[in-house]
Design a protein. Sequence first.
Length: 512
Amino acid sequence: MNSAETDVLVVGAGPTGLVLACALRLQGVAVRVVDAASGPATTSRANILHARGAEVLERIGALGDLPQRSLTALTITQYLDGKPAVTVRFGDLGPGTTRPALYASQADVEAQLRRRLGELGTDIEWNSAISGSEQNDSGVTTTLTSGDTLRCRWMVGCDGAHSAVRKLAGIAFPGARLTERFLLADVYAEWPVDRSGGHGWPHRDGPLFAVPMREAGRPDDLWRLMAYDPTGSDDAQSTEQIVDRFRQLVPERTGRTDIRITDASWTSVFHVHRRLADTYRDRRVFLAGDAAHIHSPLGGQGIVTGIGDAENLAWKLALVIEGRATTALLDTYEAERRPLATDVLRNTTTATRLQVGDSPFLRFLRRRLLVPIAAIPAVQRRASRVASQLWVTYRQGPLSRGIRSHLGRPPRPGDRIPNLPSRHLDGSRTDLYSQLGKGWVLLLPSHGDAVPFTAIGALLGHNVIALVSEPTTEQRDVRLIRPDAHLAWRGTEPRRLTRWLEHALQCGTATP
Ligand SMILES: Cc1cc2nc3c(=O)[nH]c(=O)nc-3n(C[C@H](O)[C@H](O)[C@H](O)COP(=O)(O)OP(=O)(O)OC[C@H]3O[C@@H](n4cnc5c(N)ncnc54)[C@H](O)[C@@H]3O)c2cc1C
């Protein structure tokens, strides 16, 4: 029986576990990553990475060539009676966004993350399902199905919807099934439909969606087809059966008879569930990503929510492991992230009910109200912003509530800070996001500012760097920015910053 010590055991090498492992390694934490599968998944699964997700990948150095390999087709056209009724544009995310959403397959996103994790010196241990765990005051002992055991100080379950970590910790996962079956197929097809965006055909029997996808080395002929098919059998379906069903459904629901499906790269039958873990923490064990929350795939919020959890938890664990913060800081993870998951569950549930509900009222709503409302530019901007998760703020979280400086003017403590051009103290050019990820940034309005940098460095360790903002940003005060790009503190009296930081690291709250 092997026994090993590590700071953090990450269970599951999906997008959540991979981002967590990269962010921890960047902050100097020893990590092991185990996964039950025999190797990387090759099927696409998720196919949209919203703006916030692309930003997280950029900060941890894992974006690679994803923008070049992916489509940035950011419209969805809704049809009525076979005719285009409205095109919703998801591109307009307002100022401060350098990364639009990408139509990227989950397999590609995971490949970039594995590459980055390899660069950071950590390999994934495949064929390593966890089957047992016990914790005491100093750590967690985990058993793998092979019989091997691992000892770690902290364990994070990023092991998906059926999380063994969650079950072993006895954390309830209440919720409900929302729909009957959906069919999904990634098909190669000759289909003269505009590939600059997605398409949705509402229908009395259920909607059908088509989203263009790209596969390296192939002509642009890959489409994701997804249809609500509530009356079909729940039994396992072969690829042939699902593709045949789409050959029938596409003409029925779209009115188009010009699709010629040649093959499929992945098919699936799924039901939509909505579930949220009762808690994200049991002493030394945490949950993140689908292990903590699942919801409808409509809206593509799964990856972005999971990797946001990972980025939030990573810097807190790093500070506690280095002995710079007490374990009270770790409670802020659930306090900041679970309310967001509650919002995501609510929004995606509403969107799903609107799309698949077949009451006369919902049918009326879809035809007569939603289409004209969706045509309003302000509504489109709002929808883009919600889907992007760029709006996420922890203003109401324990680390931000009650900070008095500049309460009225954004950005407020807890808000996301967009990427900004800035300079090192020696005058060389850089930008905010290339310095975050590995640590904190103290952003100064000008070179000569008297900030207690030594005191802040002593509190945060080597993981803090001072930058000067470009004059064009019109910043007048000192700002401390967390590794996950949220504003920790701002003000013109930096001595207050030291007091706030000491308190936050010890108590996990902004004010006594
Ligand atoms: C049809 C469909 C379409 C979707 N579309 C989108 C989209 O467009 N955009 C989006 O953001 N999201 C989308 N999602 C959701 C997205 O796929 C998930 O939210 C995402 O995969 C969650 O990532 P994760 O890392 O938390 O979990 P997972 O991706 O589920 O990864 C969990 C990992 O844990 C491993 N594991 C499981 N059990 C164990 C164990 N006992 N021991 C060790 N390892 C274990 C698994 O092998 C796996 O590698 C979609 C989902 C579906 C079903």
